[in-house]
Design a protein around this ligand. Structure first.
Ligand SMILES: CC(C)(COP(=O)(O)OP(=O)(O)OC[C@H]1O[C@@H](n2cnc3c(N)ncnc32)[C@H](O)[C@@H]1OP(=O)(O)O)[C@@H](O)C(=O)NCCC(=O)NCCS
Length: 167
């Protein structure tokens, strides 16, 4: 791994355009059909305290956003998207964004984080498959990609039913 110098800082409202461009490059126009985008739209903006940007100099090269949801009767966060500029992949930016976001969620009193993504990437951060049938997302999801990380032991067991925006 190279030793590229980057900074992780809380997302600023001024980052919005650069993050849109990043999402456009990574996911294309179909992104609005993705589950995390849908849940965000239904519940308004992600919680700013759980959104971080990665910068190399003044260039925004990565973004992570977590949005508050209810997982059945249990409060949770849905993580997504996590995006790193393809020119800056594999230098640890995605991992640094993940660690910072999970730390802030833990210190903010959150206990459960959900996401839809590649288990081989996310398992290093403590994510594992949600047991089949325990939680349902609005929209089609490959069950092998529906993952959860407990920030407090036992948090997942108390989450049963539909995932919907937390208002
Ligand atoms: C997935 C993503 C966020 C990773 O960011 P990154 O900054 O390159 O990640 P890091 O540098 O922290 O980690 C790189 C490691 O993860 C591995 N990795 C990356 N994507 C992976 C995947 N989909 N499955 C398994 N491993 C993966 C790399 O092989 C590398 O492994 P190594 O540490 O053994 O060398 C980035 O590639 C990206 O934005 N992809 C497009 C958008 C996307 O798919 N986002 C996730 C779904 S919301």
């Amino acid at each position: 791994m190279s030793t590229l110098s980057f900074v992780i800082r809380p997302e600023s409202p001024l980052d919005e355009d650069a993050i849109e461009r990043l999402h456009d490059r990574a996911f294309g126009p179909g992104r609005y059909a993705r589950t995390a985008f849908r849940l965000r739209e239904g519940g308004g903006a992600a919680t700013p305290e759980f959104c971080f940007s990665a910068l190399v100099g003044t260039l925004l090269v990565g973004s992570i956003r977590l949005s508050p949801v209810m997982a059945g009767a249990a409060p949770a966060l849905i993580l997504g998207p996590l995006t790193v500029d393809p020119s800056f992949e594999n230098v640890g930016i995605g991992s640094a964004l993940m660690r910072r976001a999970l730390e802030s969620a833990t210190s903010g009193g959150e206990t459960l984080v959900l996401l839809v993504g590649d288990e081989p990437y996310y398992r290093r951060f403590g994510f594992a498959r949600v047991p089949d049938g325990q939680l349902a997302l609005p929209g089609p999801v490959n069950p092998a990609r529906f993952l959860a990380a407990e920030l407090a032991p036992g948090a997942l067991a108390g989450a049963k039913g539909m995932v919907r925006p937390r208002r």
